[in-house]
Design a binder for this molecule. Structure first.
Ligand code: HEM
Length: 405
């Protein structure tokens, strides 16, 4: 079975595909074929360390064209290797990993409060879509992109479409491609306008004036990279929907966050990122003949790091299918252990530079939600693992009664 091309199996089984394949092969590295190419699936601390060792793998030949055209954008940092990657990556690490994060989280909290006032006493709202708009308002303010409200709504819708359509072929892909085209065009014009003015300290201006090698980026590539800040930030809405799901399933966690326990809130955000499915696996191509745990990996082989499998690996997590934020209290998290956003050092490798922003936004919005009197009316809250990206079926419908606080 593992010798047959598994592309269809990936489409049918989604998050469960690689963990199942590994389990059937006894848990170690598993050989397979995807997209007509030989591949090896790996999982665990040592696997993540191997995956992120500089020089082992390259990305620019490994990422499927459709994923680049929908999710990341052509010319994006995700698709670069070596020195070109390091130069571009410094733009993101300097912008996304400093003290500006608290300001963004504060803005998201304000936007949540304003939206919650509107929900109060009204019909059910869809928390997932509302969160995407809340975050879109906050991050466009933070980045310094001047947007009218209808443009914020379009930005949220388009960024959600780009994420929703990257792992499938069909109407969702078409929506993702159209969304990317529209946003790249609009943001390229904004970039051109900003370049005509003196630089400021806003992220928009910094991206617009960034140069990799003495020359500013092509306006479309600059727009792609601006979207690589806006889109994944808006995608935190997936985790907000999962946080609401967790509070509904296990209400005691909501009470602890309501009580203002900051350590617990942080642990809750880590557990949401570990427990719920988002990135299924990551891929890179072996640049030379390699060995992992005695298994030869010839040059050119695709190496797939099983992110979902690792976040549910019983070797790493006691009772991995139990949602238990306490597992993160008073625990150091290894660089290669919790990998929903990649592993290793984000400054030198491909690990997500937006992890701190994700944790800050998810913590702020989960706490706000915990403090808000609300209930979930009857709805489909199941999360199918075959759909990538996964989401509770009814996107979390939520009611806020008249007297909510
Ligand atoms: C890379 C997940 C939020 C910006 C990545 C990677 C993953 C990931 C799995 C790939 C790591 C690799 O290829 O080794 C997520 C998830 C998020 C999230 C699940 C939550 C919604 C963010 C945010 C930002 C961001 C908030 C920016 C504000 C990026 C960028 C890269 C990246 C620019 C490319 C890094 C590189 O190739 O060097 N993310 N991310 N992400 N993420 Fe995130």
């Amino acid at each position: 079975m593992a010798d047959l091309d598994q592309t269809l199996a990936v489409a049918l089984k989604g998050y469960a595909w690689l963990p199942d394949l590994r389990r059937r092969a006894g848990g170690g590295p598993v050989r397979t074929r995807v997209l007509g190419q030989p591949a090896v699936g790996i999982c665990g601390d040592a696997a993540a360390r191997f995956f992120y060792t500089n020089g082992h793998l390259e990305r620019h030949t490994a990422l499927p064209g459709l994923v680049v055209r929908t999710l990341f954008g052509e010319g994006a940092v995700h698709t670069l290797d070596g020195a070109a990657h390091r130069r571009r990556k410094s733009l993101f690490t300097s912008l996304l990993m400093d003290d500006g994060i608290d300001r963004l989280a504060k803005m998201a909290g304000e936007e949540f409060d304003a939206a919650a006032d509107q929900w109060c006493g009204g019909p059910p709202v869809r928390l997932f879509d509302e969160s995407a708009r809340i975050i879109a308002r906050a991050v466009s303010r933070w980045v310094g992109v001047p947007l009218e409200d209808r443009e914020v709504v379009a930005l949220a819708r388009d960024c959600v479409a780009m994420v929703d359509g990257f792992a499938t072929v069909g109407p969702r892909t078409v929506r993702a491609l159209a969304a990317r085209l529209a946003q790249e065009r609009r943001l390229s014009k904004i970039i051109a306008g900003v370049r005509a003015k003196p630089p400021t300290r806003s992220p928009l201006s910094i991206v617009a004036h960034h140069s990799d090698d003495g020359q500013v980026l092509d306006p479309r590539v600059a727009a792609v990279e601006l979207l690589n800040i806006l889109r994944p930030t808006i995608a935190v809405a997936w985790f907000v929907a999962f946080a609401a799901h967790a509070m509904d399933m296990w209400p005691r966690h909501q009470s602890r966050m309501r009580a203002g326990d900051d350590d617990f809130t942080l642990a809750f955000t880590h557990e949401v990122r570990r427990f719920y499915p988002f990135a299924p696996f990551l891929g890179g191509r072996a640049t030379r003949d390699l060995f992992f745990q005695g298994e030869p990996i010839p040059a050119g082989t695709l190496v797939l790091l099983d992110v979902y499998g690792q976040n549910h690996d019983p070797e790493l997590w006691t009772d991995p299918y139990r949602f238990d934020p306490d597992r993160f209290l008073h625990r150091e998290i290894g660089e290669f252990t919790l990998i929903p956003q990649g592993g290793g050092d984000p400054r030198t490798g491909h690990r997500c530079p937006g992890e701190r922003i994700t944790v800050a936004l998810l913590g702020t919005l989960s706490r706000r939600l915990a403090e808000l009197d609300h209930y979930l009316p009857p709805q489909r809250t199941g999360i199918g693992l075959s759909r990538i990206p996964a989401l509770p079926r009814d996107r979390i419908r939520l009611v806020v009664p008249e007297h909510r606080r």
